[in-house]
Design a protein around this ligand. Structure first.
Ligand SMILES: [Zn+2]
Ligand SMILES: [Zn+2]
Length: 273
Protein backbone atom coordinates (compact mmCIF):
# COMPACT_ATOMS: atom_id res chain seq x y z
CA UNK A 1 0.00 0.00 0.00
CA UNK A 2 1.01 3.63 -0.50
CA UNK A 3 -0.25 6.79 1.25
CA UNK A 4 -3.52 7.84 -0.42
CA UNK A 5 -2.60 11.53 -0.53
CA UNK A 6 -1.76 13.44 -3.69
CA UNK A 7 0.79 16.21 -3.63
CA UNK A 8 -0.75 19.72 -3.30
CA UNK A 9 -4.28 18.31 -3.06
CA UNK A 10 -6.52 19.49 -0.25
CA UNK A 11 -8.04 17.18 2.34
CA UNK A 12 -10.49 17.42 5.19
CA UNK A 13 -8.34 16.88 8.25
CA UNK A 14 -10.81 14.91 10.36
CA UNK A 15 -12.60 12.90 7.65
CA UNK A 16 -9.75 12.16 5.25
CA UNK A 17 -6.84 11.81 7.65
CA UNK A 18 -7.86 11.00 11.23
CA UNK A 19 -11.00 8.98 10.47
CA UNK A 20 -8.85 6.69 8.35
CA UNK A 21 -5.52 6.58 10.19
CA UNK A 22 -6.24 7.85 13.71
CA UNK A 23 -4.05 10.32 15.57
CA UNK A 24 -4.79 13.51 17.51
CA UNK A 25 -7.25 15.75 15.67
CA UNK A 26 -5.90 18.94 17.24
CA UNK A 27 -2.47 20.51 17.30
CA UNK A 28 0.48 20.58 14.97
CA UNK A 29 1.89 17.07 15.44
CA UNK A 30 -0.36 14.02 15.23
CA UNK A 31 1.07 10.62 16.11
CA UNK A 32 -1.38 7.80 15.27
CA UNK A 33 -0.51 4.64 17.20
CA UNK A 34 -1.40 2.18 14.45
CA UNK A 35 -0.30 3.93 11.25
CA UNK A 36 3.28 4.03 9.96
CA UNK A 37 3.34 7.81 9.80
CA UNK A 38 3.35 11.08 11.71
CA UNK A 39 1.11 13.90 10.46
CA UNK A 40 2.51 17.40 10.73
CA UNK A 41 0.26 20.43 10.31
CA UNK A 42 1.35 23.98 9.71
CA UNK A 43 -0.55 27.18 9.07
CA UNK A 44 -3.85 28.43 10.46
CA UNK A 45 -5.50 26.50 13.22
CA UNK A 46 -2.55 24.20 13.81
CA UNK A 47 -1.91 25.82 17.16
CA UNK A 48 0.91 27.86 15.71
CA UNK A 49 0.37 31.25 17.30
CA UNK A 50 3.61 33.14 16.88
CA UNK A 51 5.42 30.19 15.35
CA UNK A 52 7.77 30.79 12.47
CA UNK A 53 7.40 27.83 10.12
CA UNK A 54 8.87 28.57 6.73
CA UNK A 55 9.86 26.86 3.48
CA UNK A 56 13.50 27.62 2.67
CA UNK A 57 14.86 28.27 -0.83
CA UNK A 58 16.53 24.83 -0.92
CA UNK A 59 13.14 23.12 -0.43
CA UNK A 60 13.66 22.26 3.23
CA UNK A 61 11.07 23.28 5.79
CA UNK A 62 11.77 24.92 9.16
CA UNK A 63 9.21 23.53 11.55
CA UNK A 64 8.76 24.73 15.11
CA UNK A 65 7.89 21.88 17.49
CA UNK A 66 5.21 21.47 20.14
CA UNK A 67 4.77 23.43 23.38
CA UNK A 68 2.93 26.70 23.74
CA UNK A 69 4.48 28.09 26.94
CA UNK A 70 8.02 28.03 28.31
CA UNK A 71 10.99 26.17 26.85
CA UNK A 72 10.12 23.30 24.54
CA UNK A 73 11.20 19.82 25.50
CA UNK A 74 12.07 16.81 23.37
CA UNK A 75 9.00 14.82 24.38
CA UNK A 76 5.85 13.40 22.76
CA UNK A 77 5.31 14.88 19.27
CA UNK A 78 8.73 16.52 19.18
CA UNK A 79 10.45 13.25 20.04
CA UNK A 80 8.30 11.42 17.47
CA UNK A 81 9.63 13.72 14.75
CA UNK A 82 13.24 13.36 15.91
CA UNK A 83 13.04 9.54 16.07
CA UNK A 84 10.78 8.86 13.08
CA UNK A 85 13.42 7.03 11.05
CA UNK A 86 14.37 4.70 13.88
CA UNK A 87 10.69 4.04 14.52
CA UNK A 88 9.87 3.30 10.88
CA UNK A 89 7.47 6.23 10.50
CA UNK A 90 6.99 8.48 7.49
CA UNK A 91 6.57 12.24 8.06
CA UNK A 92 3.62 13.70 6.15
CA UNK A 93 3.37 17.48 5.99
CA UNK A 94 0.04 19.27 5.57
CA UNK A 95 -0.51 23.00 5.30
CA UNK A 96 -3.67 24.88 6.15
CA UNK A 97 -3.88 27.95 3.95
CA UNK A 98 -7.17 29.29 5.29
CA UNK A 99 -8.47 29.36 8.86
CA UNK A 100 -10.86 26.45 9.35
CA UNK A 101 -10.27 25.33 5.75
CA UNK A 102 -8.94 22.07 4.38
CA UNK A 103 -5.28 21.05 4.66
CA UNK A 104 -3.06 20.70 1.61
CA UNK A 105 -0.66 17.76 1.37
CA UNK A 106 2.88 19.13 0.95
CA UNK A 107 4.61 15.77 0.70
CA UNK A 108 6.78 13.36 2.64
CA UNK A 109 9.68 14.73 4.64
CA UNK A 110 12.68 13.42 6.57
CA UNK A 111 13.96 14.99 9.79
CA UNK A 112 17.39 16.29 8.81
CA UNK A 113 18.25 17.79 12.20
CA UNK A 114 17.02 20.20 14.85
CA UNK A 115 18.25 23.01 17.05
CA UNK A 116 17.10 25.19 19.92
CA UNK A 117 16.24 28.75 19.00
CA UNK A 118 14.88 31.71 20.92
CA UNK A 119 11.27 32.44 19.93
CA UNK A 120 8.36 34.08 21.74
CA UNK A 121 5.84 31.75 23.37
CA UNK A 122 2.05 32.18 23.29
CA UNK A 123 2.25 35.05 25.80
CA UNK A 124 5.03 36.76 23.91
CA UNK A 125 7.67 35.69 26.44
CA UNK A 126 11.07 34.69 25.01
CA UNK A 127 11.77 30.97 25.35
CA UNK A 128 13.83 28.19 23.76
CA UNK A 129 11.93 26.53 20.91
CA UNK A 130 12.82 23.33 19.04
CA UNK A 131 13.18 24.08 15.34
CA UNK A 132 13.37 21.06 13.01
CA UNK A 133 14.84 21.10 9.55
CA UNK A 134 12.60 18.83 7.48
CA UNK A 135 13.99 17.73 4.13
CA UNK A 136 11.62 16.73 1.31
CA UNK A 137 11.84 13.02 0.65
CA UNK A 138 10.98 13.36 -3.05
CA UNK A 139 14.51 14.45 -3.92
CA UNK A 140 15.82 11.36 -2.15
CA UNK A 141 13.48 8.82 -3.64
CA UNK A 142 14.81 5.70 -5.18
CA UNK A 143 13.30 6.75 -8.54
CA UNK A 144 15.03 10.11 -8.51
CA UNK A 145 18.44 8.82 -7.55
CA UNK A 146 18.61 5.73 -9.72
CA UNK A 147 17.54 2.42 -8.32
CA UNK A 148 20.75 0.49 -8.24
CA UNK A 149 23.57 2.89 -7.61
CA UNK A 150 26.94 1.34 -7.18
CA UNK A 151 27.87 0.39 -3.67
CA UNK A 152 31.38 1.55 -2.75
CA UNK A 153 33.52 -1.47 -3.63
CA UNK A 154 36.29 -0.58 -1.22
CA UNK A 155 34.14 -1.16 1.86
CA UNK A 156 33.42 -4.56 3.40
CA UNK A 157 29.84 -5.65 4.06
CA UNK A 158 30.47 -5.19 7.78
CA UNK A 159 31.66 -1.61 7.24
CA UNK A 160 28.69 -0.85 5.00
CA UNK A 161 26.42 -2.25 7.73
CA UNK A 162 27.99 -0.03 10.39
CA UNK A 163 27.39 3.03 8.22
CA UNK A 164 23.79 1.97 7.60
CA UNK A 165 23.07 1.45 11.30
CA UNK A 166 24.49 4.87 12.08
CA UNK A 167 22.29 6.40 9.37
CA UNK A 168 19.17 5.14 11.15
CA UNK A 169 19.97 6.97 14.38
CA UNK A 170 18.18 10.17 15.34
CA UNK A 171 20.03 13.13 13.88
CA UNK A 172 21.96 15.24 16.34
CA UNK A 173 21.66 18.99 16.17
CA UNK A 174 22.67 19.91 12.67
CA UNK A 175 22.75 23.25 10.92
CA UNK A 176 19.93 23.52 8.39
CA UNK A 177 22.48 24.01 5.66
CA UNK A 178 24.00 20.57 6.09
CA UNK A 179 20.70 18.81 6.80
CA UNK A 180 19.91 18.03 3.16
CA UNK A 181 23.37 16.61 2.47
CA UNK A 182 23.18 14.60 5.69
CA UNK A 183 19.85 13.05 4.81
CA UNK A 184 21.07 12.16 1.33
CA UNK A 185 24.16 10.50 2.75
CA UNK A 186 22.10 8.61 5.34
CA UNK A 187 19.69 7.33 2.64
CA UNK A 188 22.53 6.24 0.43
CA UNK A 189 24.34 4.45 3.26
CA UNK A 190 21.29 2.29 3.90
CA UNK A 191 20.72 1.52 0.21
CA UNK A 192 24.38 0.74 -0.42
CA UNK A 193 24.43 -1.73 2.42
CA UNK A 194 21.14 -3.45 1.53
CA UNK A 195 22.17 -3.89 -2.11
CA UNK A 196 25.56 -5.28 -1.06
CA UNK A 197 23.87 -7.59 1.45
CA UNK A 198 21.58 -9.01 -1.26
CA UNK A 199 24.60 -10.07 -3.38
CA UNK A 200 22.62 -9.79 -6.61
CA UNK A 201 19.57 -11.87 -5.61
CA UNK A 202 16.09 -10.83 -4.50
CA UNK A 203 15.85 -11.13 -0.72
CA UNK A 204 12.26 -12.37 -1.02
CA UNK A 205 12.15 -14.99 -3.78
CA UNK A 206 15.88 -15.62 -4.10
CA UNK A 207 16.00 -15.26 -7.87
CA UNK A 208 18.82 -13.37 -9.55
CA UNK A 209 18.37 -9.71 -10.41
CA UNK A 210 16.55 -9.57 -13.77
CA UNK A 211 19.30 -7.57 -15.51
CA UNK A 212 22.47 -5.59 -15.00
CA UNK A 213 22.35 -1.80 -14.97
CA UNK A 214 24.43 0.40 -17.25
CA UNK A 215 27.10 0.40 -14.56
CA UNK A 216 27.13 -3.40 -14.46
CA UNK A 217 25.34 -3.74 -11.12
CA UNK A 218 22.54 -6.27 -10.57
CA UNK A 219 19.24 -4.39 -10.69
CA UNK A 220 17.25 -4.66 -7.44
CA UNK A 221 14.93 -2.21 -5.73
CA UNK A 222 15.08 -1.26 -2.06
CA UNK A 223 11.79 -1.69 -0.27
CA UNK A 224 11.04 -0.20 3.16
CA UNK A 225 9.08 -2.82 5.07
CA UNK A 226 7.32 -0.81 7.78
CA UNK A 227 6.91 2.58 6.15
CA UNK A 228 4.49 3.08 3.29
CA UNK A 229 7.04 5.08 1.31
CA UNK A 230 10.37 3.87 -0.06
CA UNK A 231 12.57 6.96 0.20
CA UNK A 232 14.86 8.23 2.92
CA UNK A 233 17.03 6.59 5.56
CA UNK A 234 15.75 3.61 7.56
CA UNK A 235 16.97 0.87 9.85
CA UNK A 236 18.73 -1.74 7.66
CA UNK A 237 16.63 -4.53 9.19
CA UNK A 238 13.56 -2.72 7.82
CA UNK A 239 14.76 -2.53 4.23
CA UNK A 240 14.88 -5.37 1.69
CA UNK A 241 16.41 -5.56 -1.78
CA UNK A 242 13.70 -6.97 -4.03
CA UNK A 243 13.29 -7.94 -7.66
CA UNK A 244 10.73 -5.70 -9.45
CA UNK A 245 8.03 -8.40 -9.33
CA UNK A 246 8.30 -8.96 -5.61
CA UNK A 247 8.44 -5.20 -5.06
CA UNK A 248 5.17 -4.66 -6.93
CA UNK A 249 3.62 -7.49 -4.95
CA UNK A 250 4.73 -5.85 -1.69
CA UNK A 251 2.81 -2.68 -2.54
CA UNK A 252 -0.09 -3.93 -4.63
CA UNK A 253 -0.51 -7.65 -3.92
CA UNK A 254 -3.63 -9.19 -2.40
CA UNK A 255 -2.12 -10.40 0.87
CA UNK A 256 0.25 -7.59 1.69
CA UNK A 257 0.29 -8.23 5.43
CA UNK A 258 1.37 -11.86 5.22
CA UNK A 259 3.85 -10.93 2.47
CA UNK A 260 5.39 -8.30 4.76
CA UNK A 261 5.44 -10.64 7.76
CA UNK A 262 7.29 -13.31 5.78
CA UNK A 263 9.71 -10.69 4.50
CA UNK A 264 10.39 -9.41 8.02
CA UNK A 265 11.29 -12.96 9.11
CA UNK A 266 13.64 -13.42 6.14
CA UNK A 267 15.44 -10.11 6.73
CA UNK A 268 15.82 -10.73 10.46
CA UNK A 269 17.48 -14.07 9.68
CA UNK A 270 19.89 -12.32 7.31
CA UNK A 271 20.60 -9.48 9.74
CA UNK A 272 21.58 -11.81 12.58
CA UNK A 273 24.93 -12.90 11.24
ZN1 LIG B 1 11.77 -11.52 -5.95
ZN1 LIG C 1 8.60 -0.57 -1.68
Amino acid sequence: MLWPFELRRSYHRRNDIHARFGGQQQGGISTPANAPGIFIFTGHGAGHVGYQDVFEADGSFRYTGQGQLGDMRMISGNRAIRDHVQNGKDLLLFQQTKKGGPVRFEGLYVCGGWKMEQQPDMNGQPRQAIVFTLVPQSGLSIEAEGLATEAPVDLSLEELRKRALKAALAPTTASPRVALANVRARSKAVRDYVLARAKGSCENCGSSAPFLTSTGQPYLESHHIHKLSDGGPDHPASVAALCPNCHRQAHFGRSQISFENELIKKIIKIEIF
